[in-house]
Design a protein around this ligand. Structure first.
Ligand code: GDP
Length: 197
């Protein structure tokens, strides 16, 4: 898919005020600092479209962008700030879980995972929750340029293995680098494919 246009539509704190669910929607989510903003900007080729890291305590927003006037890209607030209080975490969970389970035009959730790290409990738990809810998700490993391909592959293999303890199968995996623009085409092609069906 060639991205011709990418525009910001709205930021929301209230799931009831989201844009009309008239177009297919794809959400991006992951731990804070995983490289979500960088990935979104690289994918749509527009520096500064998605803002970098929302800090703890700041209002958590669901950001909608429209791509090629054809589908919504949604930037969800990151999870897993070390400093986050229990209250903040509970609020995040309520807000995001409500969005993910109720948004009728949501086609797929891209879960971002730092390819430099061994499997993290918080990422695994989130994937398990998505699986339990029957929500379709794909895995996007980020920052591939930061270490050797062997190291990334090892971490991915460990993550797959951990998920296989819960699931019969593991969703598709993308290895990406926003820095090197690696893996962007593959993600866009997947979205294209889903949009066509
Ligand atoms: P977010 O909090 O998930 O939106 O993460 P950001 O996109 O703000 O990225 C967090 C940090 O990781 C920033 O310093 C980025 O420059 C860096 N980063 C993100 N993606 C990549 C990547 O693909 N390669 C490298 N080397 N650094 C990256």
């Amino acid at each position: 898919m060639f991205v011709k246009t990418a525009e910001f539509i709205a930021s929301n704190t209230d799931v009831r005020k989201l844009p009309e669910p008239s177009l297919p929607e794809y959400a991006f989510i992951g731990r804070s600092n995983v490289g979500k903003s960088s990935l979104i900007n690289a994918m749509v080729n527009k520096k500064g479209l998605a803002k970098t890291s929302q800090k703890p305590g700041k209002t958590q927003l669901i950001n909608h962008f429209i791509i090629n006037k054809d589908w919504y890209l949604v930037d969800l607030p990151g999870y897993g700030f070390a400093q986050t209080s229990k209250k903040n975490r509970a609020e995040w969970e309520r807000f995001i879980r409500r969005y993910l389970t109720q948004r009728e035009n949501l086609q797929c959730i891209f879960v971002l995972i730092d390819s430099r790290l061994e499997p993290q409990k918080i990422d695994l738990e989130f994937c398990c929750w998505l699986g339990e809810q029957g929500l379709p998700f794909l895995l996007v490993f980020t920052k591939a340029d930061k270490q050797s391909g062997v190291k990334s592959d090892q971490n991915i293999a460990k993550f797959r293995k951990a998920l296989l303890a819960w699931f019969e199968d593991v969703p598709s995996i993308f290895l990406t680098s926003a820095e090197k623009k690696q893996g962007m085409e593959e993600i866009l092609a997947t979205i294209d494919e889903i949009n066509k069906n």
